[in-house]
Write a protein that binds this ligand. Structure first.
Ligand code: C2E
Ligand code: CA
Ligand code: CA
Ligand code: CA
Length: 279
């Protein structure tokens, strides 16, 4: 990319081997997308802070690589974005999440919402709305059970397309949340223009919310902001009881994090959180 003034880096063996590895991984990713049997969605539960009831789950992709083992999304989503493979991958994610959710709804969990993460490239593709509506129809999942998590930076850029797309997704009945909220370099003005449903407070604020006054202030401000704009607000990355207590005391609506559960495979998620229902 930006190698101006840095050309010598091209010849460092370290860079060379990393590039080779990247190319290899890119090849593997391409092949994996032909079969789609190496990807898996994990699910992390979300809870209502007051009632402590399960409200839904976030789907998070994993790649079960035949030689390298489980690869976390941080290591291949950026690659998928660079290569354009994200379109197919992202479509697989939405379809898989909807199929799974349809099963859970059918077995009686009619209050739950599954969320899927959308990368900027995916959001900006022309036929996203059509793809989502096709998948909903094909899987038979009512749209109200699907939420799409968009990042704040995506919303700020390319306003016209974004506004139109979010509007069309809302028309389908899909929920929209803003992920990593508070980390973008935005003015908050856009919030009044975009028909989003939920703000997700970034885990970097929650991480030390009980010890860092600034993060506590930001967290409280986001909760107040959500309330006054009549939006839902969820905190991610809750790892400790004290953080949960802080969020409860300050009126955060929903909560998610390792303190409650790591992301789990579908079957394990069912065993832990959905089994008390009669099927
Ligand atoms: P994200 O959407 O912000 O997801 C939250 C990340 O924090 C997840 O990492 C989750 O496992 C992790 N996490 C959950 N609770 C805690 C906690 O209490 N403490 C800490 N420290 N971390 C926690 P993961 O699964 O590795 O995903 C990383 C990122 O990769 C996601 O960040 C998202 O941006 C992206 N990603 C994951 N799945 C998908 C996908 O299906 N499509 C796209 N486009 N991106 C995805
Ligand atoms: Ca997310
Ligand atoms: Ca996040
Ligand atoms: Ca399975």
């Amino acid at each position: 990319k930006d190698l101006s003034g840095n050309q010598y880096q091209l010849f460092s063996p370290e860079i060379e081997s990393r590039t080779f590895e990247q190319i290899q991984l890119e090849n593997d990713l391409f092949k994996a997308l032909q079969k789609n049997d190496e990807f898996e969605l994990y699910y992390q539960p979300k809870f209502d802070v007051r009632t402590e009831k399960l409200i839904g789950m976030e789907s998070l992709i994993r790649w079960n690589h035949p030689r390298r083992g489980t690869i976390p999304p941080g290591q291949f989503i950026p690659l998928a974005e660079e290569t354009g493979l994200i379109t197919n991958l992202g479509e697989w994610v939405i379809r898989e999440a909807c199929q799974q959710m349809k099963k859970w709804v059918t077995s009686g969990h009619t209050e739950l919402i599954v969320s899927a993460n959308l990368s900027p490239q995916q959001f900006n593709q022309q036929n996203l709305v059509l793809t989502v509506s096709d998948i909903l129809e094909e899987t038979g999942l009512p749209a109200k059970h699907l939420e799409l998590e968009l990042t704040e930076n995506l919303i700020i850029h390319n306003t016209e397309h974004t506004l139109k797309t979010i509007g069309q997704l809302k028309e389908l009945g899909v929920q929209i949340s803003i992920d990593d909220f508070g980390t973008g370099y935005s003015s908050l003005g856009y919030l009044k223009d975009f028909p989003v449903d939920t703000l997700k407070i970034d885990k970097s604020f929650i991480n030390n919310v009980t010890t860092n006054r600034n993060n506590a202030a930001i967290t409280k401000t986001i909760i107040t902001l959500a309330d006054s704009l009549q939006l839902n607000v969820i905190a991610e990355g809750v790892e400790e009881a004290a953080q949960a207590t802080f969020l409860a005391e300050h009126g955060c609506h929903w909560i998610q994090g390792y303190y409650y559960s790591h992301p789990l495979q579908a079957e394990t998620f069912e065993d832990h959180f959905l089994k008390s229902f009669i099927k």
